[in-house]
Design a protein around this ligand. Structure first.
Ligand code: ZN
Length: 385
C-alpha cells in the first residue's frame, strides 16, 4: 500500500513538474521576439521534460516541445494515468502563438520555481514561478511580517474591490478605506482596450471588475468560471460608447439577455498586474461576495482571520463555521495540495465548483461543504436566533 502511494506521489510530482515547465516554456515562446534569453529558457525546460518523461519519451528538442505546446497538455502528460480533463484539455499556445487564456489559470495551481535546478530568470513573471497562494503572500509580505491583521484585511479587500479604475479616483477610495496599497497599478494592456475612431474603451468583468480581454468584437474575462463573455453590439456611431451584449451559450438559449457592463474610457484608467488579479482578486471576488451575502442573511463574518489562516469566520446564533474557500480548476490538484498542507478550516466550494464535492469528500480526509449548504445553515441559524 505504502509503495503504491509512493509511486502515485512520484507520478504527481513528475506531472506537476511537466506542467510547470510547459508553462515557463510557453511564456518564453510568447515573448521570444523581445526576450533574448527566451530560447535558452525553452532549452532548459526541454531538459526538465526529458528528465520527467524518461529516456526516449517526451519532446527531445526545444522545437518539438514548442510544437507540443500548441496541442492539449494531455500530449505531454501521457505517462500520468489519472489527470483531470480540465488540465489535459488546456492548450497553452493559441493559434497566434500567444499565451492562451487558460495558461495563467493552470499556472495558479501548478507553477513552481523549479529552482533546485535553475537559477530563476528575472524576466519571467512571478506567475510562471509561483502558485497563487505564494504570490498572494508575496503581495502582502510587509503586512504579514508586521503582524498587522486589520491592516492586512483592509489592504486585501481594497485590491479585491478595486482591481481597476481611474487613477485619481483610486487615490480617493484608498484614503476613504484607510487602506495601504499592497500592489502597483499599471496602464491597461493593449488587449484590454477597444479602439474607436474617437477614443478607446474598456470594460470591467461583472464578477471580478478587472478589465476584460478584447479580441476582435468579443470581450471576455480571462477567468472562465466567471462566465463573462460579450459581443460588441453597435459600431455605427464612432463617438458613442460601444455597448456590450452577452454572448448566449447553449444553456441560456432563448432566455432574456441582460445588458453587459458599461464601457469606460481608457484615459487615466489603470489596473493591477495580471498575477495580482489571478492570485488576490479572482479568489477574493468570491470570498468578499460570500462574506457580504452571509452578512445580509444575518451572520457576523470576518474575512481572512489570523492573517489569512483561512478565509471566513462565520457566526450566527449558536452556529460557528470556519471556512476556507477553494476554487481549483483541477480537483486532483486540490486533493494533492490539501494532503501536503492540511487546511485549518472546513473547505467551502463556491457555487461554480460545487460539482467537485463528491470526489473531494471521497478522496481526501478533509471536511467539505458547499456554498448552497452554508447559506442554508446560516438562514436556519438566523431564524432560530
Ligand atoms: Zn472576471
Amino acid at each position: 500500500m505504502t509503495r503504491i502511494i509512493r509511486e502515485q506521489d512520484d507520478l504527481n510530482e513528475r506531472q506537476a513538474r511537466v506542467v510547470a515547465a510547459a508553462l515557463r516554456a510557453a511564456y518564453a515562446w510568447s515573448v521570444r521576439q523581445r526576450q533574448p534569453d527566451a530560447m535558452r529558457e525553452i532549452a532548459r525546460m526541454t531538459g526538465v521534460m526529458m528528465e520527467a518523461h524518461g529516456p526516449g519519451r517526451g519532446p527531445t528538442s526545444p522545437m518539438q516541445l514548442v510544437e507540443q505546446l500548441r496541442r492539449p497538455l494531455g500530449t505531454l502528460l501521457r505517462f500520468a494515468s489519472d489527470t483531470d480533463t480540465e488540465v489535459t484539455d488546456v492548450v497553452l499556445l493559441d493559434t497566434n502563438d500567444a499565451l492562451s487564456d487558460d495558461a495563467i489559470g493552470v499556472a495558479a495551481e501548478y507553477a513552481t520555481p523549479l529552482s533546485q535546478v535553475f537559477a530563476t530568470s528575472q524576466w519571467l513573471p512571478g506567475w510562471t514561478r509561483m502558485r497563487a497562494e505564494q504570490l498572494r503572500r508575496e503581495v502582502f509580505t510587509s503586512l504579514i511580517e508586521a503582524g498587522d491583521a486589520a491592516g492586512y484585511v483592509r489592504a486585501r479587500r481594497f485590491l479585491v474591490e478595486h482591481p481597476a479604475g481611474f487613477r485619481a479616483r483610486l487615490q480617493d477610495l484608498l484614503r476613504e478605506a484607510d487602506a495601504r496599497l499592497a500592489a502597483r497599478y499599471r496602464d491597461l494592456a493593449s488587449d484590454q482596450q477597444y479602439p474607436r475612431p474617437v477614443g478607446r474603451w474598456w470594460w470591467p468583468c461583472p464578477r471580478c471588475r478587472w478589465p476584460m480581454t478584447v479580441r476582435g468584437m468579443t470581450v471576455r474575462c480571462r477567468y472562465r468560471p466567471h462566465g463573462a463573455i460579450f459581443h460588441i453590439a453597435d459600431n455605427s456611431r464612432p463617438a458613442a460608447a460601444p455597448r456590450l451584449v452577452p454572448v448566449r451559450d447553449a444553456s441560456s438559449m432563448g432566455t432574456a439577455r441582460k445588458a453587459g457592463p458599461a464601457a469606460r474610457s481608457v484615459e487615466d484608467a489603470v489596473c493591477v498586474e495580471e498575477e495580482v488579479w489571478r492570485s488576490v482578486v479572482v479568489p477574493g471576488a468570491n470570498e468578499v461576495r460570500l462574506a457580504d451575502e452571509l452578512c445580509a442573511l444575518g451572520a457576523k463574518v470576518a474575512l481572512w482571520p489570523e492573517l489569512d489562516s483561512y478565509d471566513l469566520d462565520v457566526a450566527v446564533g449558536s452556529l460557528r463555521m470556519l471556512l476556507d474557500v477553494k476554487e481549483y480548476t483541477s480537483v486532483r490538484r486540490l486533493i494533492d495540495d490539501l494532503r501536503e498542507r492540511p487546511p485549518r478550516a472546513q473547505i467551502l466550494l463556491p457555487r461554480s465548483h460545487e460539482h467537485q464535492e463528491a470526489l473531494l469528500a471521497e478522496q481526501s480526509s478533509v471536511r467539505v461543504t458547499t456554498e448552497t449548504k452554508v447559506r442554508r445553515a446560516v438562514r436556519r441559524a438566523a431564524r432560530e436566533a
